[in-house]
Design a protein around this ligand. Sequence first.
Ligand code: FMN
Length: 428
Amino acid sequence: MSIIGEDVGGAPSKAADVARYSTPKIDTALPRHLRKILALQDLEEPARRYLPRPIFGYVSGGAETNAALRGNRSAFDELYFRPKSLVDVSKRSTKAALFGHTYNAPFGFSPMGGTSMVAYQGDVVLSRTAAEENLPMIMSGASLTKLEDVRAAGRTAWFQAYLPGETDRIQKLVDRVERAGYDTLVLTVDTPVNANRENNVRSGFHKPLRPTPQLAWDCLTHPSWFFGMLVKTVMNQGMPYFENMGERVPLIAFKAERDRGNRDELNWAHVELMRRIWKGKLVLKGVLNRDVARIARESGVDGVIVSNHGGRQLDYSVAPLRVLPGIAAEAKEMTVMMDGGIRRGTDILKALALGAQFVFVGRPILYATAIGGATGLRHTIKLLREEVSRDMALLGINTLDEMTQEMLMPAHGFDGLTASALVMDRHN
Ligand SMILES: Cc1cc2nc3c(=O)[nH]c(=O)nc-3n(C[C@H](O)[C@H](O)[C@H](O)COP(=O)(O)O)c2cc1C
């Protein structure tokens, strides 16, 4: 049992003691194939082996040169910590408040289209597990499960929409999301057109999947996925459909294309319309620019997710971590969240120090669910929560609010040493 995320002060029970002082080790209670997953990065290789090549390529890849994808990770390497010492950290808590709800940890699941093509009943597993673990899960509008079923599976699910600039379609979707019981609606704003993901073309990936000899071969050479995911899904539920964006389209089709509508016409007038008709929390995802954050705040938006879509839309779009401080300064009372490249507890704490109140994790969550279902997902959540808790102790903080910019330093800086002092030194 993990008690990380609970307050662990006072006279701790035996279980609490274990969680307070435990060192990482191989958990023999886990299924054999999950035992060597000791960190989120360990998930990628088993997922690559499990998934057919085009599907793994679709999940793991970015756009064009992958510069934005790489940049998301490398930004974290440029920051180091300045821990406090001799602080009683025995009462630390990983709990994080967001939109009036206190979650067990400061992270949730990013929206990912095609989740139920990667993992068996993926959207429902994510929603149910998120609710059980008291974490938020954002369901993708490009998913293969009806949004009503995902919300019924877990009460911490939010809904993410891709919307065209068409008033009647916006109105219809907002009504449907409200009827399904969602309280938070996320509008993704970095997708006016499809990205240039050449890797998908090279690997033969298409949404919907095209029934080609190449796909048949890819399926047969990945029998665990083929029988454990695709065949099982079709046998138990029939062919999955893209359910939540205009016309329903099947997962596998010779010719059909998904109905995206006039997404390139979406603009601030539509955000204002949504603000008028949607009573719940309204969040914009894909913000990288402080002026956009300011207009969002002035338009009555409740929160922004600073994101470059995991490097999957505009290549060379800046790493979200780098623009967090500016956006946080502009956001004022508006909530600031972030995703992109989060793989470690230290990544989360750096993002919080730079002004995020909460972060979301993408690909590793999907890999965990693909290779291990709910068990794999719970194990991954536990790893990340324990990292956050351990890192908080090592940093000398008890609450996440204590994560401020003063806790960080540039990797190549020297505290107190000015650039001019360095130049002087060289001349002496
Ligand atoms: C397979 C996949 C599908 C995605 N689908 C969506 C989507 O439907 N809507 C959306 O807003 N973002 C989507 N994203 C972007 C994620 O929400 C998130 O911004 C990104 O994955 C975070 O980066 P990370 O994977 O490095 O954690 C998708 C990402 C992946 C990997």
